[in-house]
Design a protein around this ligand. Sequence first.
Ligand code: RTP
Ligand code: MG
Length: 139
Amino acid sequence: MTGNRTFTMIKPDAVENGHIGAILEKITGAGFRIVAMKYTQLSKRDAEAFYAIHSERPFFGELVSFMTRGPIVAAILEKENAVEDFRALIGATNPAEAAEGTIRKLFAESIGENAVHGSDSDENAAIEGAFHFSGREIF
Ligand code: RTP
Ligand code: MG
């Protein structure tokens, strides 16, 4: 039932700023169940592979160095309509444009350092979840 799952990362800026607990509270408070979770750090190779779709964009180098500069929390979340509902919960890519009460509005600093990732489709949610977790780590 891939339609019921999404993948997220709490990015290095939010970890550095001490927002892990508050962000997890927002996520579980919105009705998402954590089915997999780890505290880890991406290597340059990991980040380049994860964000390969953006490799031609002008911000790619900045994105890879940001995403590798410190630890992240990676998680798979389960809820009805997970992908769309989670994108609504995190808000627009640019926190300046994110709706009030969204995670990016509350905790993000800039369009590049924007606190959280959320998968943009069911297909990518499955790919991204499998990138970080083996079957034994998903509950
Ligand atoms: P995400 O994939 O992290 O959930 O973010 P998103 O869908 O809202 O945005 P996307 O277009 O997929 O961009 C991926 C990440 O790249 C960084 N970015 N920097 N400097 C810039 O103009 C810029 N634009 C995007 C952000 O970290 C964004 O979340
Ligand atoms: Mg995206």
